[in-house]
Design a protein around this ligand. Structure first.
Ligand SMILES: [Zn+2]
Length: 412
């Protein structure tokens, strides 16, 4: 592996500290060896020097809520086994590759992606970010993961190793068994659907899904495996249920009251707002792609979510960053930071998508900040994302992507 000297950049280190101009970063053996003031001493000829004057160097971005395996917007996994699985696999691989090109070096899949894809990335077979997969998410009958029509009997089936369809389970025993099965297949955490959602045909947003006892069974199994539970929750009652069961990561938190925000802080849980998906679905609705049942729910979420981010920020909630975008050819993932910045400012949006997500992933000793000893997951941005956070929403501005010390993209 080549030793790299990333010379004379402005460094945003992911901790929220002020950007440091004229700084150089030495990358060796996949790790950040040194961060210090740029000087003009010539390094040994074996070191490759990349001059970054006028550029910003920052930690690789992370996304705590992706759905690489959801290549359509109307279905949880979008493909039944009868469909063409070759096309499906190609579309999933494309989604994974696009994320890396946009500067995302670690992501957490929030359901639908078979963990086999994460292993293929690890083996170098797919050029993508590190993927922490959920596998199938668990939903109660009639819950957000139940996408059957009212009179359909058969749910979509998984294709082990390729497609992780939602699992419908009722009662603590079934939840326990399904959680064990997902952990066995390689999920990094267990995903539960704890409230209604926009794109499910037969539930209301306000419906509270799973009992505390059911969720506790999943939390116990995840904890015994050294892992944790993430739960889809749009409303405060569903968040309170999830917290009571010991869920660590609250996804969306779209309609959040102050008391519930305080409870998230007290439980040392995290919230991952997903502002971009509401905009994404609004655009899809304009194009006639969102069914009638989703449109009212979308309106509700879209207007409430920025307010909830403010409530959470005010209460001191640890807020991760997740885009939740769906479909084939997923691009513009970084727009999540732009939307977040409108509420909490650009630096806080960046910290959400770097160090806070790293804490959420329990990887803060390895990724999420630029300092000696960390893995060299770094990106270089043309310009200053603090004065124009929108730079991060367009892959053309991401000039260099380094993952684990390897250059994955270079257009300097
Ligand atoms: Zn999601």
């Amino acid at each position: 592996m080549t030793t790299l000297l990333l010379h004379n950049a402005t460094v945003i280190d992911g901790t929220g500290a002020d950007p440091k101009p004229r700084t150089s970063v030495l990358v060796e053996n996949g790790l950040i060896q040194k961060v210090g003031p740029a000087d003009n001493t010539a390094p040994p000829s074996s070191v490759r020097v990349i001059d970054l004057d006028g550029h910003t160097l920052m930690p690789g971005l992370t996304d705590a809520h992706v759905h690489f395996g959801q290549v359509g917007i109307n279905a949880v996994a979008n493909r039944s086994p009868e469909d063409n699985l070759t096309t499906y696999v190609i579309q999933v691989v494309e989604n994974i590759e696009l994320a890396l090109g946009e500067g995302f070096t670690t992501v957490r899949d929030a359901g639908g992606l078979d963990p086999a894809f994460a292993r293929a990335v690890e083996q170098g077979l797919i050029k993508g970010p590190r993927v922490l997969p959920s596998g199938s998410h668990l939903s109660m009958t009639g819950g957000h993961g139940d996408r059957r029509g009212r009179y359909d009997e058969a749910p979509i089936r998984s294709v082990p190793g390729i497609l992780a369809a939602p699992v419908l389970v009722d009662g603590p025993d079934q939840v326990r068994s399904a959680a064990r099965q997902q952990l066995r297949l390689g999920s990094f955490h267990v995903k539960l659907m704890a409230s209604g959602g926009i794109m499910s045909p037969l539930d209301e947003l306000e419906s509270v899904q799973f009992t505390v006892e059911e969720m506790q069974a999943a939390v116990y199994e995840a904890q015994m495996a050294g892992k944790y539970v993430i739960a889809h929750c749009h409303t405060s009652p569903s968040i309170n249920n999830a917290l009571a069961a010991g869920v660590r990561s609250i996804e969306h938190g779209s309609i959040l009251d102050e008391a519930t925000a305080k409870s998230i802080v007290e439980q040392e849980a995290f919230m991952v707002p997903t502002l971009l998906v509401a905009e994404f679905l609004a655009r899809a609705a304009d194009a006639g792609e969102v069914p009638h049942y989703g449109q009212m729910k979308l309106k509700q979420v879209r207007s409430a979510m920025p307010v909830s981010v403010e409530v959470a920020a005010h209460a001191g909630v640890s807020m991760g960053s997740g885009s939740d975008i769906l479909g084939a050819r997923q691009t513009g993932r970084g727009e999540e930071l732009l939307l977040k910045a409108k509420v909490v400012g650009p630096m806080n949006a960046i910290v959400s998508a770097t160090r806070t997500n790293a804490r959420l992933f329990r990887m803060e000793d390895r990724i999420g900040s630029v300092k000696g000893g960390m893995e060299a997951d770094l990106i270089v941005v043309a310009g200053d994302p603090i004065s124009d956070i929108g730079l991060l929403a367009n892959a053309d501005n991401i000039r260099l992507v380094i993952k684990g010390g390897q250059i994955c993209k270079e257009i300097i």
